[in-house]
Design a protein around this ligand. Structure first.
Ligand code: SF4
Length: 701
């Protein structure tokens, strides 16, 4: 009788919480997935998505199995060998690069890619093709937080760890619904508050959510006024004497200009602008001011905004004036949306980044990476960001795009324009696991990729914790790991440096490139990760000790070593409502779905929670429109239309409506797709789109 296979430790592939799981291969080729009780993040617990992860692995009915290709747009796709697919793709890329230059091609990848995958794509594009046109869907997610950290702290560095949750006594949760979107982390907050009723929770959200249900004060802010609110909190903290003068004097700069800025507006004026009670602002400030450990948590409500960087900086300012950073239970904790957006940032996998927090604009940094890779010169000019890529496809600057592990025709803002752009593209490569993404209809080449548990690699979660994910089962058909596909393609282009004998060899090269930087993980390898389960960075060679917290010495990564308080003004850049489009539309996630539902949409249990898209609307607004619960509503913006059922809720502000972002085209209809109506207005620095704010009109259908 064969022995039962042991359960193998791995990490959940959904959100940035990064829960540990045990994957057990079964005799029939399926796997079972359970929470890993020994893993420090989740201690065995999983949310509904993690609990159903095994079904997405075991149901292979939608998997891409073989490479396909067409020789012209007018001919049908046909099955081809890997060699033929990559040989022709290399020939097409080479032709465009020779004819139009390296900036005529681009890669658009994903925060779900493993670090090793990011690494080889980045090396290929920036080092050998010679363009920075590599961006990922992390641009739509965390780029405002990245810029905020860099500007305030000197580098993109999350200073805290999850264990700070149990050490904090005041939480500010803003622009986030972790009870649904980062559930296991929120369970820790709930348990902490249950055991310590004096712990205070401030939630800032235009909607009542399962998160705000736990709040001591819920500030139901008018969308777009977060900076005003943060400044008002700062003013109250200063007035109450609840700032850390010694920290400001010794470890921060920019305070005086900031103080003048926040005193230019009274709390009464700020409350009016934010549409909230002044007493609530005062109460929240009193909670923050009294805290021994003040922890903030935020995600897309601050990041996905035309004012995303300003919102991040104004939140970080609250930590800097109170000195609540670099000590137990205190600091900013940006909740990463995707499982490995952090790993992508570490390898420099965005169009304006270089590996290991090196600076694209710095010639010494570019030269160091070039020398390490043995490549050609690295381009100084940042590449196209996510939305810019599709604009460049539409006007012909970009000829070819290679889309990896992401579904832009559901997830990009103003998505009908992206659809038109992809239709105009000269050459489209789609590398994916599933037959579902709408992009496949535009593909000239389709490459089947191995999925989670079918390949090995590493990921980094929101607390800088790196984990190793093993291969547990074989990929179906001829599907290959993404890193293997990219290395084969690089070799088809005759580039050196892509002959990695193993995935571990890619990781080893990546860790060597981090040596001497702030995220130095030169002491890390797969053996250490397998032995320890996971470690936080930095993890230096010769000093094998993970760092739970950064800035404990109050030395920041800025040239002066001081953190910078930026006096950002509350400049409004979103699409303001008017007589024609009087409602503010905000978008977000629902509890049991992940992104564009390619995986979670396969699980009937998960679909039961919210089977269809809907529009959350206040009963007062619904009554004015003659709309009742369940009536169909047409939602129109200047860019498109959505038609969904009304869900009446007194939990949302009048004048504001909420639309879930997960649904794409269903049976050829795109009327559930939130991004038909969203705005592609970008934050001017982070280039993150304004998903959380656009002006719409509503009509009963
Ligand atoms: Fe997976 Fe995130 Fe749920 Fe943890 S909280 S099980 S990482 S989806």
């Amino acid at each position: 009788m064969p022995l039962a296979s042991p359960a193998i430790p791995s990490t959940c592939c959904y959100c940035g919480v990064g829960c540990g799981v045990l994957v057990k291969p079964e005799k029939n080729g399926d796997v079972t997935v359970t929470g890993n009780p020994a893993y420090p993040v989740n201690r065995g617990a999983l949310c509904s998505k993690g609990l159903n992860l095994q079904y997405t692995v075991n149901d292979r009915s939608d998997r891409l199995l073989y490479p396909h290709m067409r020789y012209s747009k007018s001919r049908p796709l046909q099955r081809v060998s890997w060699e033929e697919a990559l040989h022709r793709t290399a020939a097409v890329f080479r032709t465009f690069i020779e004819q139009y230059g390296p900036d005529s091609v681009a890669f658009y990848a994903s925060g779900q890619c493993l670090t090793e995958e990011y690494y080889v794509i980045n090396k290929l594009m920036k080092g050998f093709i010679g363009s920075n046109n590599l961006d990922t869907n992390s641009r739509l997610c965390m780029s405002s937080a990245v810029v905020g950290y860099k500007m305030a702290l000197g580098e993109d560095s999350v200073p805290v760890c999850y264990d700070d949750i149990e050490l904090a006594d005041c939480f500010l949760v803003t622009g986030a619904n972790p009870a649904w979107c980062h559930p296991i982390l929120w369970r820790r907050v709930e348990a902490h508050k249950a055991a310590n009723p004096h712990v205070k929770i401030v939630v800032v959200d235009p909607r009542a959510t399962d998160t705000s249900a736990l709040a001591d004060v819920h500030i139901q802010v008018l969308p777009g006024t977060d900076v005003v609110l943060h400044q008002a909190l700062a003013r109250a903290l200063i007035e109450n004497g609840d700032i850390d003068v010694a920290f400001i004097e010794q470890h921060a700069e920019g305070y005086e200009a900031y103080r003048q800025l926040v005193f230019a507006r009274t709390l009464e004026e700020a409350a009016q602008l934010c549409g909230v009670a002044e007493a609530d602002i005062r109460l929240a400030a009193a909670y923050i001011g009294a805290a021994k450990g003040f922890l903030s948590m935020w995600t897309m409500g601050l990041n996905q905004s035309a004012m995303g960087v300003d919102k991040n900086l104004s939140l970080l300012n609250l930590h800097l004036i109170t000195g609540q950073i670099g000590k137990p239970g205190a600091g900013p904790l940006s909740l990463t949306g995707q499982p490995n957006a952090m790993g992508g940032r570490e390898v420099g996998g965005l169009s304006n980044l270089l590996p290991a927090h090196r600076n694209l604009a710095n010639p010494e940094h570019r030269a160091a990476v070039q020398q390490f890779w043995g490549s050609g010169p690295l381009a100084e000019k940042p590449g196209y960001t996510a939305t810019e890529m599709f604009e460049a496809l539409e006007d012909g600057r970009l000829k070819a795009i290679w889309i990896i592990c992401t579904n832009p025709l559901t997830s990009l803002p103003q998505v009908r324009q992206a659809e038109a752009a992809l239709a105009k593209a000269k050459f489209v490569v789609v590398q994916d696991i599933s037959t579902k993404p709408e992009t496949l209809a535009y593909a000239d080449v389709i490459l089947p990729a191995a999925a989670w548990a079918e390949k090995e690699g590493t990921m980094t979660n929101s607390e800088r914790r790196i984990s190793y994910l093993p291969k547990v089962v074989e990929a179906p058909g001829e599907a290959l790991p993404d890193a293997e596909i990219i290395c084969r393609f690089a070799r088809a282009l005759n580039f050196p440096g892509f002959d990695f004998p193993t995935t571990e060899a890619i990781y080893e090269e990546h860790t060597r490139l981090t040596a001497g930087t702030t995220l130095d993980i030169s002491g890390l390898n797969y053996t250490v990760l397998r032995e320890q389960g996971s470690v936080q960075w930095p993890y230096r060679s010769g000093q094998p000790q993970a760092s739970a917290r950064l800035f404990t010495d109050q030395q920041f990564y800025t040239p002066s070593g001081r953190a910078i308080i930026h006096p950002v003004t509350a400049t409004f850049r979103s699409e303001a409502p008017d007589d024609d489009f009087p409602f503010i539309l905000t978008t977000g996630r629902i509890r049991d779905q992940w992104h564009t539902m390619t995986k979670t949409g396969k699980v009937s249990k998960l679909n039961q929670h919210t089977p269809q898209a809907y529009l959350e609307v206040h009963p007062q607004d619904a009554a004015a429109l003659g709309v009742r619960e369940g009536n169909l509503l047409t939602v129109k913006s200047r860019r498109g239309t959505v038609r969904v059922a009304a869900r009446l809720s007194t939990g949302i502000r009048p004048g504001v409506v909420f639309l879930p972002m997960h649904w794409g085209k269903i049976l050829g209809s795109d009327l559930n797709r939130a991004n038909n109506v969203t705005s592609a207005t970008l934050d001017p620095i982070s280039k993150e789109p304004d998903f959380k704010f656009c002006a719409v009109q509503l009509e009963k259908y």
